[in-house]
Design a protein around this ligand. Structure first.
Ligand SMILES: Cc1cc2nc3c(=O)[nH]c(=O)nc-3n(C[C@H](O)[C@H](O)[C@H](O)COP(=O)(O)OP(=O)(O)OC[C@H]3O[C@@H](n4cnc5c(N)ncnc54)[C@H](O)[C@@H]3O)c2cc1C
Length: 515
């Protein structure tokens, strides 16, 4: 017999099977000896009361053993099947490729960047020497922006597809099964590269192709039908379906589309800074204690405030994390964040940004590059203010609010280095003011948040794509070009790893119908 139940336990008990069985048998009012096994279905931390507890949804196996969980990577061989070209090997592109295989189509994935191993050297050059490779960086290469990300796997787009199937695919390729039960699943930058490599192996073993160092430079379009692509190496690759999953940082792709007369549109995004605190301050506020101890994970926060009619909010919060230099070209600064699987770094960071609407930015309303150019200008201003070598402009939190240059900066996790700068020199006044006003309000919501121990590092500008590539709601094809499927974050249809993966799956399913 299997019974579903919800139990609560103390942090030190949540991974102690014997302790959990005792609680479950008492809750079910049955003898402990009849409780053969427990399977956790959902796990979350409840820190609302004075005592922090775990809430567990559980399946209790009474007088019977559970069947073992099996996560398979069995895919059919598609080496001789009809081809689909997928541009970009980020989560959208890779999950599109897996779905193509499931549907009996052969994916040909073209990726401008390098495989994860070679990419690592370019990341070391970024962090140690402040040198950027425009083709291989935190955004470009095998696994896309998802590979060296935090690997937080929660999404609000649960209606667009089966989140659990995406999580199971990650588990089948080496992720911990914990991601299937945790309320806030997370993989970690140290574990993602192996998982991405395993997914790429699955694609190749099934007869799909993945080509690195292969930048697509134009689309082959004939009478409004896609026929293939041309690459920087001068090759032509033919197919009647092309999934465009190039991410939000491939500015040359937007130019390519525009130059080829393919409709693109300006898109709103959010702009601000990364804010970093000592992790202990966040733990103290959220867990109401001096030290969180060994049984609770580093805590997180989620803050939002309306300021002068516009949302100011934290996002992509990385407990125990690192602020990463995520520029994709010379002379620009872009920051983002990640954390290792154990989240054992002493800092907590989050993007803290102001929503920017189309009407906020001057320019011709129909100029598709209006928002992109604005984004780029801010990133270049940040680079100039930092003084080069990816040194980022930064300011202490209270100094920022009080309009004072910081006399010094706290030790922080941003490896290329930070320089004390008044961030109002970099951010537009209307962004700066809203951010400024939001910080003490956040401090009122979360004890300890508003402190000069926190540092603001500029700029968090790649929050989502500044350009939209339109598509038909039903067919997912570009309204002008049959067979072209704008996909993932770059086209404006995803905002994270899971939503990008789901969009990749949906685009591959839609491509099946045009072939
Ligand atoms: C540091 C960091 C941390 C993040 N943390 C998280 C997190 O914890 N959780 C989360 O959900 N999201 C996170 N994100 C965001 C997440 O990584 C993206 O939302 C996601 O990767 C988008 O997927 P995508 O496949 O649409 O695009 P991308 O991942 O951007 O992939 C696009 C790919 O296309 C390739 N490409 C571009 N142009 C061309 C071309 N012309 N020819 C061939 N290939 C091309 C690029 O090289 C790239 O590999 C993070 C991002 C960063 C940078």
């Amino acid at each position: 017999m299997i019974k579903d139940l919800e139990i609560t336990c103390l942090p030190h008990e949540h991974q102690d099977d014997a302790a959990l069985k005792k609680i479950a048998s008492a809750t079910l009012n049955i003898a402990l000896s009849r409780l053969f096994a427990l399977k956790i279905v959902k796990r979350s931390i409840d820190a609302r009361g004075r005592k922090v507890i775990y809430r567990l949804q559980i399946k209790a196996f009474i007088d019977e053993q559970p069947a073992a969980d099996v996560f398979t990577t069995n895919y059919p061989n598609v080496s001789k099947a009809r081809s689909v070209i997928i541009i970009g090997a980020g989560p959208a592109g890779l999950f599109a490729a897996l779905q193509c295989i499931q549907l009996g189509l052969k994916p040909i994935v073209l990726e401008r960047g390098k495989d994860v191993k070679q990419r690592r050297r370019d990341l070391a050059a970024i962090n140690k020497q402040g040198v950027i490779n425009p083709e291989s960086n935190y955004c470009f290469g095998e696994g896309g922006a998802g590979t060296y990300s935090d690997g937080k796997l929660y999404t609000r787009s649960t209606k667009r597809g089966d989140v659990n199937e995406v999580l199971k695919t990650f588990v089948a390729h080496g992720a911990s099964p914990d991601i299937l039960v945790d309320a806030r699943p997370h993989i970690g930058t140290n574990k993602l590269p192996q998982i991405i490599t395993a997914i790429a192996d699955t694609i190749r073993n099934a007869g799909g192709e993945i080509h690195f160092d292969t930048k697509v430079t134009s689309l082959i379009i004939n009478f409004n039908k896609i026929q293939g692509v041309k690459t920087a190496g001068g090759n032509e690759i033919k197919a009647n379906a092309v999934i465009l999953a190039t991410g939000h940082s491939a500015r040359d792709v937007f130019e390519m589309l525009h130059n080829q007369g393919v409709l693109i549109e300006p898109k709103a995004f959010a702009l601000g800074v990364r804010i970093e605190h000592p992790q202990q301050i966040i733990d103290q506020a959220q867990y109401h204690c001096e030290n969180r101890g060994e049984f609770l994970p580093p805590s997180y926060y989620n803050l939002v405030e309306q300021v002068d009619g516009r949302g100011v909010f934290s996002f992509c919060m990385c407990p125990g994390g690192i602020i990463a230099p995520c520029a994709t070209d010379y002379n620009e600064i872009v920051v983002n964040g990640w954390s290792p699987s154990k989240r054992n770094n002493p800092f907590a960071n989050s993007g803290t940004v102001v929503q920017i609407n189309l009407e906020d930015v001057a320019g011709k309303p129909d100029d598709p590059f209006r928002m992109l150019n604005f984004q780029h200008q801010i990133e270049q201003a940040a680079f100039k203010a930092g003084g080069g070598n990816l040194v980022a402009p930064a300011q202490r939190m209270v100094d920022f609010f009080e309009g004072r240059l910081s006399a010094d900066l706290p030790v922080n996790s941003y490896l290329p280095g930070t320089k004390s700068v008044e961030l109002k020199q970099v951010l537009p006044r209307w962004v700066n003011e809203r951010l400024r006003k939001a910080l003490p309000e956040f401090g009122r919501k979360m004890r300890g948040y508003y402190t000069n121990e926190a540092i603001l590092v500029g700029v968090e500008s790649r929050t989502s794509s500044p350009v939209k590539v339109p598509r038909d709601k039903e067919t997912l094809q570009h309204p002008q070009i049959t067979g072209l499927f704008p996909c993932g974050e770059g086209a404006g249809y995803a905002g994270g790893i899971i939503s990008a993966a789901i969009d990749g799956i949906n685009c591959a399913s839609a491509a099946f119908y045009v072939l």
